[in-house]
Ligand binder design. Structure first.
Ligand code: URP
Ligand code: ZN
Ligand code: ZN
Length: 459
């Protein structure tokens, strides 16, 4: 299978030039001008389009048993939505609960993706308890090609670890050279605040944010950073939502702690008034950390532009309207999460690049290259270079459209971004040289995705 993309405006995290890209057997083999393709090759004219490396979503939930229900996507629906949105690789949180066996959980998560995902994938392995068998099991999982762990400081008694378990996880990660991603909210404070609010009859979704104020996230971020400093491990804060937590992470960075930061689209574009809408409309916008006061957005965009926020993910986690209504009587029972895997690239391009906040190269870096570097995928993924996988996004900057649940591919009956305008979208998307999306539609091979083996070499 050969593929030639001609006359492209090729954009990577650090360069922009006009040229042709040729791929054979899944890999980019030539980049130049006026390249010729053999008979039978797929030839695409990209005149007037941008050509980006396939985008990487570093934080998604596809299979997720959580809050008395399951996230709605399968790898089939989630990966098609991802590809239509220009994401050619995602990193799923593998999340067995504290009651589950980690190794069995890992096998289960793998079995859900294998033969089902149309894009490439890997996992952050969640450590939700640290018992006698944990070290041996994690060593086995790392040997299988998983180069990142995940811990939750929130969700006590389900996914959450205590400080001792965090310490043990970070110590092991340091030994193995594995980076640890972390959901940073203080579980004890969240629990106390939730009980106090419910006792006052404050049961609606508008009370979700007051139960997890900025200070709760800043404390979690600071504590995680302190533990990183003491153990010498490398860490990555997921879905950082606000100014106070960002200050905690930046203060740690300036002390020399190896900490990186991810934010997600909802916190850049939506604010807490969305969760204050009446009834289920508010519930649709309940996630953790919660949507914040609007003034945090400017801080996050600026930090992203400077590179202090390293990556933009989605924390894609779709629960439909009927699932959200599980929390009708108490905001604490609303399944936390919002879909977004399909909209990430177009929204970031529109509200970052087109609005003049985000340089085009930082856009590619934040949505692809830096995740590839942090999670052991570069140079196979995250760039356009000879030897890299031919994961390519032909992006039409002239496209104009609106986000709508009626046209989305994720398995959810609403979009948290309903009605938002987008300027530009992926028109053609390839995974290892095969066209998976053409004219914005999935035309490819279901189940083509592969589990990516990674080396914990970077740290
Ligand atoms: O609300 C969220 N974020 N749901 C998904 C689970 C998590 O915390 O990432
Ligand atoms: Zn989380
Ligand atoms: Zn998540």
């Amino acid at each position: 299978m050969a593929l030639l993309i001609r006359n492209a405006d090729i954009v990577t995290a650090d360069s922009r030039y006009r040229g042709d890209v040729y791929a054979e057997d899944e890999t980019i083999t030539r980049i130049g001008r006026n390249l010729e393709a053999p008979p039978g090759a797929e030839v695409i004219d990209a005149t007037g389009k941008l050509l980006f490396p396939g985008f990487i979503d570093p934080h998604v939930h596809i299979y997720l048993p959580f809050m008395a229900t399951f996230a709605k996507d399968t790898h089939e629906t989630g990966s098609i939505a991802a590809l239509i949105g220009g994401t050619t690789t995602y990193i799923e949180m593998c999340c067995p609960s504290r009651l589950d066996d980690a190794l069995e959980g890992y096998q289960l998560w793998k079995s859900k993706a294998q033969g089902s995902s149309a894009c490439d994938y890997t996992f952050h392995m969640s450590v939700t308890k640290f018992g006698d068998q944990t070290e041996g099991q994690l060593r086995e999982i790392v040997a299988d090609g998983i180069a990142s762990f995940k811990i939750f400081l929130a969700y006590k008694n389900f996914f959450g670890v205590d400080d001792g378990e965090m310490y043990q996880t970070l110590q092991l990660a340091k030994k193995l050279g594995v980076i640890v991603t972390a959901h940073c909210e203080n579980a004890e404070l969240v629990g106390r605040l939730q009980q106090s609010l419910l006792a006052q009859g404050k049961t609606g979704p508008e009370w979700h944010e007051p139960s997890r104020p900025q200070a709760v996230e800043a404390e979690g971020t600071n504590r995680f950073a302190t533990f990183l400093g003491i153990t010498g491990a490398a860490g990555y804060v997921v879905h950082l939502s606000c100014k106070d937590a960002l200050e905690a992470a930046m203060a740690a960075k300036s002390r020399g702690i190896r900490i990186w930061v991810e934010s997600v689209l909802p916190h850049l574009l939506l604010d807490k008034t969305y969760a204050e809408r009446a009834g289920v409309e508010g519930m649709k916008h309940v996630m953790s950390p919660p949507l914040r006061e609007r003034d945090n957005q400017k801080v996050l965009w600026n930090a992203l532009a400077m590179g202090s926020i390293d990556t933009i993910g989605t924390d894609h986690c779709p629960f439909d309207t009927s699932q959200k209504l599980l929390g009708n009587d108490a905001f604490t029972q609303i399944p936390n999460g919002i879909p977004g895997i399909e909209e990430r690239v177009s929204l970031l391009y529109t509200y970052g690049v087109k609005r003049g906040t985000l340089d085009l190269h930082r856009f590619v870096d934040a949505a692809s290259t830096r995740a590839a570097r942090l999670f052991g995928l570069l140079p196979r993924k995250g760039t356009i270079a000879v030897g890299s996988d031919a994961d390519l996004v032909v992006f039409d900057p002239e496209y104009r459209g609106k986000i709508s649940a009626a046209t989305q591919h994720t398995n959810c009956d609403y979009s948290g971004f309903e009605g938002m305008e987008v300027e530009g979208r992926p028109s053609l998307v390839t995974v290892r040289g095969k066209v998976q999306v053409r004219d914005g539609k999935f035309v490819g091979e279901r189940g083509r995705g592969r589990l990516l083996k990674r080396d914990p070499a970077y740290f």
